[in-house]
Design a protein around this ligand. Structure first.
Ligand code: AMP
Length: 114
C-alpha cells in the first residue's frame, strides 16, 4: 500500500509517464488520455488536493505552474494559442485529487467548455 497520490507516484517515477519537464516544485507530463493534440498536466510535488485547498502560502507555487505551462506551450510549438485550466471538485470535473493544471492545445478550443 502507498499513501502517495497517483501524481506523486508519477513524480517519484514509481509508475511511468512521459515527463516533459520537472524541477524542485513541479513536474509536467503528458496526459494518458489526451483531450487535444497537446495535453500536458503540470503538477506540484506538494499533494495539494485541489484549488479549493489553496492558501496565500501557495500563491507563488500556482504562479510557477502557469509559468511552466507557458514554457511547455512554447516547447510544444503552441504559437497559435492554448488553454490552461484547473478542474476543481465534482462539478468542476476533477477526477484526480491532487492539484494539476491542464495545458491543452493543437486544435481550436470551444467555449463554453462542456
Ligand atoms: P481531472 O479530471 O481534472 O482530475 O484530470 C485528471 C487527468 O489525469 C485526466 O485528464 C486523466 O486522463 C489524467 N490521468 C489519469 N491517470 C493518468 C496517468 N497515469 N498518467 C497521465 N495522466 C493521467
Amino acid at each position: 500500500m502507498t499513501d502517495k497520490t497517483l501524481f506523486q507516484r508519477i513524480a517519484d517515477r514509481d509508475i511511468p509517464a512521459d515527463i516533459l519537464y520537472e524541477d524542485d516544485d513541479c513536474v509536467a507530463f503528458r496526459d494518458i488520455a489526451p483531450k487535444a493534440p497537446v495535453h500536458v498536466l503540470i503538477v506540484p510535488r506538494d499533494p495539494i488536493p485541489s484549488l479549493d485547498h489553496l492558501t496565500e502560502a501557495h500563491e507563488s507555487l500556482v504562479g510557477h505552474l502557469f509559468t511552466v505551462a507557458r514554457q511547455v506551450a512554447a516547447s510544444e510549438g503552441l504559437s497559435r494559442g492554448y488553454r490552461a485550466v484547473f478542474n476543481c471538485g465534482e462539478e468542476g470535473g476533477q477526477e484526480v485529487p491532487h492539484l494539476h493544471l491542464h495545458l491543452l492545445g493543437g486544435r481550436q478550443m470551444g467555449w463554453p467548455p462542456g
